[in-house]
Design a protein around this ligand. Sequence first.
Ligand code: NAD
Length: 502
Amino acid sequence: MRTVHHFIDGKAVAGTSGRFGDVFDPNTGAVQARVNLASVDEMNAAIASAAIAQKDWAAVNPQRRARVLFEFKRLVERDMDVLAALLSAEHGKVLADSRGDVQRGLEVIEFACGIPHLLKGDHTLGAGPGIDVFSMRVPLGVVAGITPFNFPAMIPMWMFGPAIACGNAFILKPSERDPSVPVKFAELMMEAGLPAGVLQVAHGDKDAVDAILDHPEIKAVSFVGSSDIAHYVYSRGTANAKRVQAMGGAKNHAIVLPDADMDQTVADLVGAAFGSAGERCMALPVVVPVGEGTAETLRSRLLPEIAKLRIGVSTDAQAHYGPVVSAAHKARIENYIQMGVDEGAELVVDGRGFTLQGHEGGFFVGPTFFDHVQPTARSYQEEIFGPVLQMVRADSFEAALALPSRHQYGNGVAIFTRNGPAARAFAANVEVGMVGINVPIPVPVAYHTFGGWKRSAFGNSNIHGPEGVRFYTKIKTVTQRWPSLNAGDGVIDSSFVIPTMK
Ligand code: NAD
């Protein structure tokens, strides 16, 4: 059986912990590989050699660092089909969606290619008599990223692209459920000219994460995953005086006003609720029609579209979505469906018990649609992360606005309407970090910045864009004055008070 190794100091390294995780083929349910799980000692060794490599890397000028990323982008594009196939085989998302996963990450690499410009500091000539002040952004040292299973290409690139461009070394601890694409990225970065040790990929579970959080050499941690773990990572990392950005779970709402373009809204909703089997933190698992008429129209228009959905293996080019990531996750989703029934919602389409002929062991869940879901229901309040769409009816704009605003999560939200002032008021007042107006999945482009509110993100920093550059650097400010070349000229007497501009 294939073993997924760590990638340390520029080469594949077999683990020494004796611990492994199973990597499944979600299409069949079979174990297709095993992945090394690093011990604390292995993690510490990877961090120690990254710290040595970082010193030289930080001294490489930003333009040369950018050239490595330009070349990495070319290599990823060259290998796009191989990467997408590997990603789909471990994650289960369909191939076109895997290409999108790689492409959205590459867009952050493109942004990071502009690092010479992004790192330019500020300069004030003549801040005082003969005094100039300038500030510069310098790398932090060794930083780390801990990533979830659902975007095994995009999210690592969100992190290591800007971090490495800024002159840091990066320890990547990818999800142990689909660990192969991140290793390929490390190989391609070497091929692109990155020195050994600047990007280390160490696989693992809680032991590896705790080693990162406790190691004094790690200066900043980026995390994306579920909220309880995000909170844990944030608490433990900041207690150890690290900079931490920890993105968590989500439950994004689609608000539909009576004047929405219903054809487009239905098309957008079906794609955003069921695409990637609902395993996206920017999916739309809740729809809130405003008014009974809107609810009835939407329901009658959604049902035939849901009936048309094709569920298939990840290599099926006609499939709208593939299997979910694991048997445990499939069981969790089906438990939430039962919970919804027990809580009294109307189960209009039941995706439980779905099997694909010839792939009976695969982790497939059929599309599921609930109507008349109450905001008090636990199945509404918690993240399901599967192909389940819940309809919560609202009788007014204000009631609809309150639902995502009061929800524990605040990652994304979308409003569908032709009413400009209503959309504007919604965007201004909703308590959510990323808002779409007639845009179902408002993941900001790479040169803006990504982040939710409330239990969807812990820490004060968004990921990628200018915020990413700020997160992976610290500022040094220099105040300088040069003595006259003629000894004794212009000597200023000692001063015993704080210098001011008075
Ligand atoms: P997860 O929280 O189970 O795992 C994320 C990472 O944490 C993995 O690398 C995993 O190895 C590690 N981990 C797991 N348990 C741990 C523990 N007890 N201690 C320390 N580390 C631990 O998340 P997942 O199932 O891989 O991903 C799905 C979740 O990620 C969903 O909740 C989804 O909403 C969220 N997500 C959020 C965003 C965002 O930007 N807000 C983006 C993508 C995914």
